[in-house]
Design a protein around this ligand. Sequence first.
Ligand code: NI
Length: 168
Amino acid sequence: MSILEIETYPAAVLKQKATAIENIDDSLRELADSMLETMYRAPGVGLAAPQVGRSIRLLVADPGSREEPEPMILVNPKIITAEGRTSMQEGCLSVPGFTAEVERYKQIVVQAWTLDEREVELELEDFPAILLQHELDHLEGILFIDRISRLKRNIYERKLKKGTLPED
Ligand code: NI
Protein backbone atom coordinates (compact mmCIF):
# COMPACT_ATOMS: atom_id res chain seq x y z
CA MET A 1 0.00 0.00 0.00
CA SER A 2 1.09 3.51 -0.60
CA ILE A 3 -0.21 7.04 -0.47
CA LEU A 4 -1.05 8.21 -3.97
CA GLU A 5 -0.92 11.71 -5.37
CA ILE A 6 -4.38 13.24 -5.83
CA GLU A 7 -4.99 15.04 -9.12
CA THR A 8 -6.71 18.41 -8.81
CA TYR A 9 -8.81 20.53 -11.16
CA PRO A 10 -8.11 21.30 -14.01
CA ALA A 11 -6.10 18.08 -14.58
CA ALA A 12 -7.15 16.49 -17.90
CA VAL A 13 -7.63 12.99 -16.40
CA LEU A 14 -10.54 14.34 -14.30
CA LYS A 15 -12.44 15.20 -17.51
CA GLN A 16 -12.05 11.79 -19.15
CA LYS A 17 -14.64 9.04 -19.22
CA ALA A 18 -12.98 6.11 -17.44
CA THR A 19 -12.73 2.70 -19.11
CA ALA A 20 -14.31 -0.53 -17.85
CA ILE A 21 -12.12 -2.94 -15.88
CA GLU A 22 -11.78 -6.38 -17.49
CA ASN A 23 -9.60 -8.16 -14.95
CA ILE A 24 -9.82 -8.15 -11.20
CA ASP A 25 -6.26 -9.05 -10.27
CA ASP A 26 -3.68 -8.38 -7.58
CA SER A 27 -2.52 -5.12 -9.12
CA LEU A 28 -6.11 -3.84 -9.02
CA ARG A 29 -6.47 -4.97 -5.39
CA GLU A 30 -3.25 -3.18 -4.52
CA LEU A 31 -4.43 0.00 -6.24
CA ALA A 32 -7.77 -0.18 -4.37
CA ASP A 33 -5.97 -0.61 -1.02
CA SER A 34 -3.74 2.36 -1.77
CA MET A 35 -6.76 4.44 -2.79
CA LEU A 36 -8.52 3.64 0.50
CA GLU A 37 -5.41 4.55 2.45
CA THR A 38 -5.02 7.78 0.45
CA MET A 39 -8.69 8.64 1.02
CA TYR A 40 -8.53 8.09 4.80
CA ARG A 41 -5.27 10.03 5.03
CA ALA A 42 -6.59 13.05 3.07
CA PRO A 43 -9.08 12.84 4.91
CA GLY A 44 -11.98 12.17 2.59
CA VAL A 45 -15.05 9.92 2.27
CA GLY A 46 -14.67 8.85 -1.35
CA LEU A 47 -12.06 8.57 -4.07
CA ALA A 48 -12.36 7.47 -7.69
CA ALA A 49 -9.45 6.06 -9.72
CA PRO A 50 -9.26 9.06 -12.12
CA GLN A 51 -8.47 11.21 -9.07
CA VAL A 52 -5.22 9.30 -8.67
CA GLY A 53 -4.47 9.51 -12.39
CA ARG A 54 -5.93 6.14 -13.42
CA SER A 55 -8.80 6.43 -15.90
CA ILE A 56 -10.50 3.14 -14.95
CA ARG A 57 -13.89 2.34 -13.39
CA LEU A 58 -12.85 1.77 -9.79
CA LEU A 59 -13.91 3.72 -6.73
CA VAL A 60 -13.56 3.56 -2.97
CA ALA A 61 -15.84 5.20 -0.42
CA ASP A 62 -16.70 5.14 3.26
CA PRO A 63 -20.07 6.58 4.29
CA GLY A 64 -19.53 5.33 7.87
CA SER A 65 -18.00 7.07 10.85
CA ARG A 66 -14.62 6.97 12.55
CA GLU A 67 -16.07 4.59 15.15
CA GLU A 68 -17.86 2.42 12.63
CA PRO A 69 -16.09 2.57 9.28
CA GLU A 70 -17.89 1.11 6.25
CA PRO A 71 -15.23 0.85 3.55
CA MET A 72 -16.50 0.05 0.07
CA ILE A 73 -14.50 -0.87 -3.01
CA LEU A 74 -16.51 -1.02 -6.22
CA VAL A 75 -15.45 -2.18 -9.67
CA ASN A 76 -17.41 -1.10 -12.77
CA PRO A 77 -20.23 0.39 -10.65
CA LYS A 78 -23.38 1.65 -12.32
CA ILE A 79 -26.68 3.11 -11.19
CA ILE A 80 -29.58 0.86 -12.17
CA THR A 81 -32.43 2.76 -10.53
CA ALA A 82 -32.69 6.28 -9.12
CA GLU A 83 -35.50 8.28 -7.57
CA GLY A 84 -36.37 11.30 -5.47
CA ARG A 85 -34.37 14.48 -5.14
CA THR A 86 -32.15 15.78 -2.38
CA SER A 87 -29.18 18.09 -2.05
CA MET A 88 -26.21 18.60 0.17
CA GLN A 89 -23.10 20.74 0.50
CA GLU A 90 -20.40 18.83 -1.38
CA GLY A 91 -16.66 19.10 -1.61
CA CYS A 92 -14.04 17.06 -3.44
CA LEU A 93 -10.39 16.18 -2.84
CA SER A 94 -9.77 17.20 -6.47
CA VAL A 95 -11.40 20.61 -5.98
CA PRO A 96 -9.67 21.77 -2.79
CA GLY A 97 -10.94 24.75 -0.85
CA PHE A 98 -14.43 24.91 -2.34
CA THR A 99 -17.85 23.49 -1.47
CA ALA A 100 -21.30 23.96 -3.01
CA GLU A 101 -24.83 22.63 -2.73
CA VAL A 102 -25.48 19.98 -5.40
CA GLU A 103 -28.79 18.36 -6.37
CA ARG A 104 -28.80 14.56 -6.48
CA TYR A 105 -31.13 11.56 -6.43
CA LYS A 106 -32.27 10.62 -2.92
CA GLN A 107 -32.31 6.85 -3.46
CA ILE A 108 -30.30 4.76 -5.85
CA VAL A 109 -29.53 1.13 -6.53
CA VAL A 110 -25.95 0.53 -7.65
CA GLN A 111 -24.72 -2.62 -9.31
CA ALA A 112 -21.00 -3.35 -9.12
CA TRP A 113 -18.32 -6.01 -8.77
CA THR A 114 -16.30 -6.57 -5.63
CA LEU A 115 -12.59 -7.39 -5.50
CA ASP A 116 -13.45 -11.04 -4.83
CA GLU A 117 -15.39 -11.08 -8.10
CA ARG A 118 -18.89 -11.07 -6.70
CA GLU A 119 -21.61 -9.06 -8.38
CA VAL A 120 -23.48 -6.96 -5.83
CA GLU A 121 -26.46 -4.63 -5.72
CA LEU A 122 -26.47 -1.87 -3.13
CA GLU A 123 -29.60 0.02 -2.12
CA LEU A 124 -28.55 3.42 -0.87
CA GLU A 125 -30.38 6.42 0.50
CA ASP A 126 -29.43 9.96 1.52
CA PHE A 127 -25.72 10.48 2.36
CA PRO A 128 -24.38 7.15 1.03
CA ALA A 129 -26.46 7.64 -2.14
CA ILE A 130 -25.14 11.19 -2.61
CA LEU A 131 -21.58 10.06 -1.97
CA LEU A 132 -21.77 7.30 -4.57
CA GLN A 133 -23.37 9.60 -7.16
CA HIS A 134 -20.46 12.03 -6.64
CA GLU A 135 -17.89 9.24 -7.08
CA LEU A 136 -19.72 7.70 -10.06
CA ASP A 137 -19.62 11.15 -11.70
CA HIS A 138 -15.81 11.03 -11.51
CA LEU A 139 -15.91 7.91 -13.71
CA GLU A 140 -17.81 9.95 -16.32
CA GLY A 141 -15.35 12.85 -16.16
CA ILE A 142 -17.81 15.01 -14.25
CA LEU A 143 -16.92 17.11 -11.18
CA PHE A 144 -19.43 18.56 -8.72
CA ILE A 145 -18.54 22.03 -10.01
CA ASP A 146 -19.98 20.91 -13.37
CA ARG A 147 -23.35 20.53 -11.62
CA ILE A 148 -23.64 23.99 -10.02
CA SER A 149 -24.81 27.31 -11.39
CA ARG A 150 -22.57 29.27 -13.73
CA LEU A 151 -22.47 32.10 -11.17
CA LYS A 152 -21.11 29.88 -8.38
CA ARG A 153 -18.73 28.22 -10.79
CA ASN A 154 -17.37 31.67 -11.77
CA ILE A 155 -16.72 32.51 -8.14
CA TYR A 156 -14.67 29.33 -7.86
CA GLU A 157 -12.74 29.95 -11.09
CA ARG A 158 -11.89 33.51 -10.01
CA LYS A 159 -10.62 32.40 -6.60
CA LEU A 160 -8.57 29.63 -8.21
CA LYS A 161 -6.99 32.11 -10.64
CA LYS A 162 -6.20 34.64 -7.91
CA GLY A 163 -4.86 31.94 -5.61
CA THR A 164 -7.18 33.00 -2.81
CA LEU A 165 -8.68 29.58 -2.09
CA PRO A 166 -8.08 28.24 1.41
CA GLU A 167 -5.40 25.56 1.62
CA ASP A 168 -7.84 22.82 2.58
NI1 NI B 1 -14.78 14.10 -5.77
